[in-house]
Write a protein that binds this ligand. Structure first.
Ligand SMILES: O=C(O)c1ccccc1NCC(=O)[C@H](O)[C@H](O)COP(=O)(O)O
Length: 275
C-alpha cells in the first residue's frame, strides 16, 4: 500500500474545502462576479528587470516548520513588503496547513498596489476564477500536483483571465513539463515535497534547463541577501521568500536588502553574462 505524500494529503483537504465553497457559490455565479473585479496588475515588467526582485509571502505556518508568525492583520505586513519594494506579494490562501484564507487575499488587495500571487494548491478551474475574484494577479500552479491536461487547462484559464501563472517545479521531469507548457514564469522550489527538506542546490541544477526568455524564480529556504546573490548568479530574477520575512522584525528592510542585486542572464551559447 502506498503512503500518501504531504502533497497528496494537502490536496485532499483542499478538494474537500473546495467542494464546500462550490456548493455555496457555483462557478457561474463566481464568474459573473469577475465583471466587478479590479484590473489585473501585470507583474512581469518588474520581474523581468535585470536586478533581483522579491516576491514576499504572507505565511503564518507550514507543514515543515509549524507556527511561523502571528499575523493578525496581513495588511500591515503587506504594507511593509510594499514599502520595502516587493515586486509582488504572495498570499497563502490554504487554510488547513498554512492558516491562510481568501479573506487575507482580499484584505491585502485593498491595502497595497503591488501584484498579488494566490499561493495555494490549485487543482480546479474554480480556484482560478476565485483567485481573480479575490484580487489575485498571479496564480501558483504546482506541476507535481497536476497531470498534463489539467496543467494546460489551468494555465490557459489563468491567461484567459489576464493573470500570470507561476509554474512551480521541483525536479528535471517537472521542469521539462513546465518548459513544454510555455510557462513564462517558472518557480524552482527547493523544498522536496516528500521529505520537506530544502536543497539549496536544486535551483542551480534546474535553471540551465529553462530557456533564457523565461523568468526564473527561486523559491523556499531563502534566508537573506547572500542566498539571493547566489541564486541571482545562477539566473534567478526573483526570489519567493516566506519564513525569513515573516520572522524578521523589519520586513521592509529585509525585502529592500534582497532587492536590486545583479542577475546573471544565461547566454544561448554558454554559461551566461551579467545583465
Ligand atoms: O513551507 C512548507 O512547509 C511547505 C510544505 C509543503 C508544500 C509547500 C510548502 N511551502 C510552500 C512554499 O512554497 C513556501 O511557502 C515558499 O516557497 C516560501 O518558502 P520559505 O521562504 O522557505 O518560507
Amino acid at each position: 500500500m502506498s503512503v500518501p505524500s504531504v502533497l497528496d494529503d494537502i490536496v485532499a483537504g483542499v478538494r474537500e474545502d473546495l467542494a464546500a465553497r462550490e456548493a455555496r457559490t457555483p462557478l457561474r455565479e463566481l464568474r459573473a462576479a469577475l465583471a466587478d473585479a479590479d484590473a489585473v496588475r501585470d507583474p512581469l515588467p518588474h520581474l523581468r528587470a535585470s536586478t533581483t526582485s522579491v516576491i514576499a509571502e504572507v505565511k503564518r505556518r507550514s507543514p515543515s516548520k509549524g507556527h511561523l508568525a502571528d499575523i493578525p492583520d496581513p495588511t500591515t505586513l503587506a504594507a511593509a513588503y510594499a514599502a520595502g519594494g516587493a515586486a509582488a506579494i504572495s498570499v497563502l490562501t490554504e487554510q488547513r496547513r498554512f492558516g491562510g484564507s481568501l479573506d487575507d487575499l482580499r484584505a491585502v488587495r485593498a491595502a497595497v498596489d503591488v501584484p498579488l500571487l494566490r499561493k495555494d494548491f490549485v487543482v480546479a478551474d474554480y480556484q482560478v476564477v476565485e483567485a481573480r475574484a479575490a484580487g489575485a494577479d498571479l496564480v501558483l500552479l504546482i506541476v507535481a500536483a497536476l497531470d498534463d491536461a489539467s496543467l494546460r487547462r489551468l494555465h490557459d484559464l489563468v491567461g484567459e483571465l489576464g493573470m500570470t501563472a507561476l509554474v512551480e517545479v521541483h525536479d528535471e521531469a517537472e521542469t521539462e513539463r513546465a518548459v513544454a507548457l510555455g510557462a513564462e514564469l517558472v518557480g524552482v522550489n527547493a523544498r522536496n515535497l516528500k521529505t520537506l527538506d530544502v536543497d539549496a542546490g536544486t535551483f542551480g541544477r534546474l535553471a540551465p534547463l529553462v530557456p533564457a526568455d523565461r523568468v526564473l524564480v527561486a523559491e523556499s529556504g531563502v534566508t537573506g541577501p547572500d542566498d539571493v546573490a547566489r541564486f541571482a548568479a545562477e539566473g534567478a530574477r526573483a526570489v519567493l521568500v516566506g519564513e525569513a520575512l515573516v520572522r524578521d522584525g523589519d520586513p521592509a528592510a529585509a525585502v529592500r536588502a534582497m532587492t536590486g542585486l545583479p542577475v546573471r542572464t544565461p547566454s544561448p551559447t554558454a554559461g551566461g553574462t551579467l545583465a
